[in-house]
Design a protein around this ligand. Structure first.
Ligand code: ADP
Length: 263
């Protein structure tokens, strides 16, 4: 029953994401239907002027709709997850050079690792690309420079937590926060930020896929993604990933792989 509930919650998250796309697609369809309708009326009236204009409008909407479904298909064809026990401290420290090159010389970078950080269970490659996505957004939010902070922490989500009330299981999580001192996000942007293809960036600069991919990764890992943001002050994006409590495989020299239980 618990697995079913989890599955239902996953589907709900997918539904929330795809709702926005269905809306855009419907708008394009409405444009096509409207143009064809006008063409029909004009032809019935024996008026052939403007027919070409309506055909062009219908074609342009149809092409945009096709581009939308293409992007949607590319989005759903993501790599499968390969979850492993992960030390998030090691992972963020190993990303230091990459992060520095990504954000450029205008910005300061600080990596803060928690002592005694719990092990988490997730796909390390996808966690790395999630952090990179968040760092790119952070950089874009600080056009005049600023500070990027990556911070790990143990986090216990209990029933008092708003996220737990919505769709997250209470329990121990490893939190990875990505904080910028940038523009911050107004409530209407926060509300739509996880939607695929939602972007406030100029044409050609944003795909609107970054946060929806990070969100999808967090949900599939049975974790959570949370936005803490103040306009004019900055934003923290926090990925919560479940604490790993299973056995750890430890390779001892000259022996077979042994399973060691962990607290
Ligand atoms: P993209 O970066 O391509 O626009 P995302 O899904 O990564 O797509 O982000 C969606 C939108 O959320 C961005 O266009 C931006 O408006 C907002 N956003 C994301 N991260 C931040 C941030 N750190 N600071 C301010 N706004 C942000």
């Amino acid at each position: 029953a618990e697995e079913q509930l989890r599955q239902a919650q996953k589907m709900e998250a997918v539904g929330q994401l795809t709702g926005g796309i269905a809306h855009d697609f419907n708008n394009l369809l409405a444009g096509i239907v409207g143009s064809l309708d006008l063409m029909q009326t004009r032809m019935a009236q024996g008026q052939t002027n403007n027919i070409e204009r309506y055909a062009k409008a219908a074609m342009s909407s149809a092409q945009r709709a096709a581009a939308l479904t293409h992007r949607l298909l590319a989005f759903s064809r993501r790599q499968p997850l390969d979850p492993k026990p992960v030390n998030a401290n090691q992972l963020v420290v190993s990303m230091e050079d990459l992060l520095r090159r990504t954000i450029g010389p205008l910005h300061a970078l600080e990596i803060v690792t928690a002592g005694d950080l719990w092990t988490t269970l997730c796909d390390p490659n996808q966690l790395e690309s999630a952090i990179l996505n968040l760092a790119i957004n952070a950089r874009d939010a600080m056009p005049d420079g600023g500070k990027l902070t990556i911070e790990t922490a143990n986090a216990h989500l209990d029933n008092a937590c708003e996220a737990v009330q919505r769709d997250v299981a209470p329990g121990p999580y490893v939190a990875i926060g990505v904080t910028d001192t940038g523009t911050g996000m107004p409530p209407d942007v926060i509300a739509r930020a996880f939607e695929p293809f939602f972007t406030t960036k100029p044409l050609g600069q944003g795909t609107g896929l970054g946060l929806s991919m990070v969100y999808g990764f967090a949900k599939q890992s049975e974790g959570h993604l949370r936005i803490y943001s103040k306009v004019g002050q900055g934003t923290t994006m926090k990925i919560y990933l479940p604490r790993y409590l299973g056995p750890t495989e430890v390779e001892l020299p000259g022996e077979d792989v042994t399973e060691v239980p962990r607290a």
